[in-house]
Design a protein around this ligand. Structure first.
Ligand code: FPP
Ligand code: K
Ligand code: ZN
Length: 521
């Protein structure tokens, strides 16, 4: 990270006084952008409070705003806008782009060879959210996945490549997305379990591959793989974390590892004592939500007010999108990595099982702004229930505007992207749509129900995995209908599970398939 020079206190320098601001006497003035379109000033003007110190960071930030403003203001003559100045979701073009990206790729993609499983997941997930039926890929995905599996467990990026937590996660999710017995059966679950045991570390975390780095991606991916495949939690004697004590298992110390990744800023870093980044915030929350009911696990291990302050600070105006870290730029993929944190945070705040937050138990960043933000957030969390209509923790409208206005390639190419002037790609298509999906839906956790998979489970067969699964609550989803809706109803994409980021159906089907096997292989 670039070190920032010390800044003088901000001064007010309204860069672009609104020409007819006196004439408009309404709470929200629609006086900029193309006339006739209802676009709030918030999304068409520079912020009124501007820092006069020019740095490399402020320069690229201003350039980014400049690049985004014409897209946010409905100024592209070739694009059709609705009354809110928002273009429609270009489904057909994106679908075509994604089917193509699943096929043979040009030579320059050789550098991404070890990421082939990711391409499968990104494309299948994006296509599914766009309403496509991906079962036609069952056979080809199964064949590809088989070629990537190692006898020693897990999946590599391709044939004869070392198994990696991320590629394994991507393959397992891809198999869940296409579904079907052939896809499920090809996974060598016993070898997978043994392999995960070799990655489990004494401090609670997971290495991402044998001898590789230990980070929070490892913890999240392991939790997803274990729960979807319903693997046993017992440790093999080969595990670096093995002590001989039966109470120590694959999940022991994971939540504590996640706790150690929360930084002074309130966000989450990849490893303890590193820089907070949005991608890791999602990994942290997703992981905690799999270890126990998020209403318990999230506030028990994270300082929620500080995390909310940090997450909310990721959303920028006028762009409307999220950045991944402090003093960096908006990027469409953070619509998921950061935007996808909010359903988990909301579930935690709304839960009747919520335990007291750990506010004050951590060292503070020492900035007055951070303290204020944390105090504001603390007020929010002290309520037992969050009323979503008035108290959304971020601007859904802003995010949806950024996604539909700035992240779509509306040329013949199609696909979704980081920001205007960047090329669309499979990764951004997936995560921009995942973010759109979470902004367009309302998720709720049913606290009274145990896991739907486990209701018929005889008590004597219950093991640790079962206990964890039982703690998992049932998620219910509805279209988000509160407040102003700036997109057309036909542009709502399919909902995805807040933790697994694939449809709830796909999660259920895979878990259900492996339910009978648990405890054995
Ligand atoms: C910075 O990139 C990016 C990171 C530090 C982390 C990226 C990790 C993920 C996107 C996913 C991890 C999750 C799983 C499940 C494997 P940058 O410097 O190019 O971008 P920035 O300027 O926006 O920070
Ligand atoms: K980026
Ligand atoms: Zn990105």
């Amino acid at each position: 990270m670039a070190t920032q020079p010390r800044r003088p206190s901000p001064t007010i320098s309204p860069a672009q006084p609104s020409p007819d601001s006196d004439a408009v006497d309404e709470e929200i003035a629609f006086d900029r952008g193309v006339p006739g379109l209802m676009i709030p000033d918030l999304f068409t003007q520079l912020p009124p409070l501007r820092d006069t110190l020019v740095t490399a960071t402020s320069v690229v930030q201003d350039e980014t705003v400049e690049v985004c403003l014409p897209f946010l203001g409905g100024e592209d003559g070739a694009v059709e806008y609705n009354e809110h100045g928002v273009p429609r979701l270009d489904r057909e073009k994106h679908i075509k782009f994604l089917h193509q990206s699943l096929g043979k790729l040009p030579g320059r993609f050789v550098a991404a060879d070890a990421s082939r499983p990711w391409f499968l997941y990104w494309c299948l997930s994006a296509l599914t959210m766009l309403g496509e039926d991906v079962t036609s890929y069952q056979e080809s995905i199964a064949e590809t996945a088989r070629s990537m599996q190692n006898d020693t467990g897990g999946f590599g990026g391709g044939g004869r490549q070392l198994s990696h937590m991320a590629t394994t996660y991507a393959v397992v999710l891809s198999l869940a997305l296409v579904g079907g017995e052939e896809a499920y059966e090809l996974v060598d679950r016993k070898a997978m379990w043994r392999w995960l045991c070799t990655l489990k570390q004494p401090d609670g975390g997971f290495q991402v591959c044998l001898g590789g780095e230990e980070d929070i991606r490892g913890a999240y991916c392991a939790a997803v793989i274990i729960s979807l495949l319903r693997l046993p939690l017992d440790l093999t004697p080969e595990s670096p974390a093995y002590t001989g004590d039966d109470s120590v298992n694959l999940f022991t110390g994971v939540a504590d590892y996640v706790r150690r990744c929360q930084t002074f800023e309130g966000g989450i870093s990849g490893q303890p004592n590193a820089e907070a980044h949005g991608a890791y915030a999602f990994c942290a929350l997703g992981c905690l939500a799999l270890l126990d009911h998020p209403g318990r696990s999230i506030p028990s291990y994270l300082d929620v007010p500080r995390l909310i302050a940090w997450l909310s600070s990721r959303q920028y105006a006028p762009e409307g999108g999220f950045s991944g870290r402090t003093n960096k730029l908006v990027d469409g993929c953070y619509s998921h990595w950061v935007g996808g944190c909010f359903p988990l945070i909301e579930a935690c705040l709304n839960s009747s099982t919520t335990t007291t937050t750990t506010s004050g138990s951590r060292s503070s960043g020492g900035s007055v702004a951070a303290e204020d933000a944390a105090a504001t957030a603390a007020t929010t969390t002290s309520r037992t229930r969050l009323a979503p209509a008035e108290e959304s923790l971020f601007s859904r409208e802003g995010l949806i505007r950024y996604i539909l206005c700035c992240c779509q390639d509306q040329t013949k190419r199609g696909g979704l992207r980081d920001k205007p002037e960047k090329m669309s790609d499979a990764y951004h298509s997936c995560y921009v749509l995942s973010g759109l999906s979470s902004a367009q839906h309302q998720w709720e956790l049913d606290d009274d129900n145990d896991n739907d998979n486990d209701l018929s489970e005889p008590a004597e067969e219950a093991d640790a995995a079962d206990a964890a699964a039982a703690a998992e609550a049932v998620w219910a989803v509805l279209p988000y209908l509160d407040g102003l809706q700036v997109f057309d109803n036909k542009d709502r994409v399919r909902p995805i599970h807040p933790v697994y980021a694939i449809p709830q159906q796909s999660v259920r089907a895979m878990k259900e398939y492996f339910r009978e096997r648990q405890g054995g292989f």
